[in-house]
Ligand binder design. Sequence first.
Ligand SMILES: N[C@@H](CCC(=O)N[C@@H](CS)C(=O)NCC(=O)O)C(=O)O
Length: 242
Amino acid sequence: MESTPSIELYGTGSPNVHKITLALEEMNIPFIFHKVNIRAGEQYTETFKKLNPNSKLPALVDHSVGVSIFESGNILQYLATRYGNGKYLPNQNTDLKGHTEVMNWVFWQMAGLGPNFGQFYHFSHYAGEKHEYAIQRFLNETTRLFLVLEKQLASNKFVVGDTYTIADMAIYPWAKYIKLIPELKHEEFPNVYSYIDRVRQIPSVDKVISAVEEDQKQNPPKPPTEEEKKWMFNVDGRSTKA
Ligand SMILES: N[C@@H](CCC(=O)N[C@@H](CS)C(=O)NCC(=O)O)C(=O)O
């Protein structure tokens, strides 16, 4: 008889959540998925805030330990430590250097590529008025970050060395969207473009991303209504939902 998985993932269709589905698939960890409707404000309910007081996705609960985890980089680190047997994040007690080198890039993605790319996308696609200064500011920083990655990938098959680690699980779901920025062309970023193809060939990655693509084909994302934008962009910073 199959037992109930001890892991529950709360998410939506977004790159920060795909980081975690990539990790769960690669590490062969069974889980239950709960979709949180961010367009209806479900991230702001008191029930959800018990799992993530910061009202963002993903959030993960591991009942075998009795812990709720938030921030996608922290969830990746947790899963690799508890379930990855040192394969996706070297053990810090036996290989502190290797561990720290992977975490350098997890933090780089969390603090740099994710937030800046996210703001660029917001100002260029969602903002009602086009603020050229904001678009250019976040495009410049996103470009700079992709150039950092381009250089790293000139001498590394994956982000850190020859093995697929949680640094790749954090970076790949964002890096693949370089194709959405016409200013960042293949000629200038050949290593990033070939990295995206290389990672996609990993069977667990192909499985997760194919399912995401199929879902997007079946349910093409609609532009948010003004009401939905209020929840998604938390207009006055005080959103809360009963
Ligand atoms: N630093 C956070 C960012 C999480 C985040 O911004 N998640 C988005 C989805 S990709 C979200 O929850 N959006 C809903 C909202 O901002 O209300 C992480 O990596 O977990």
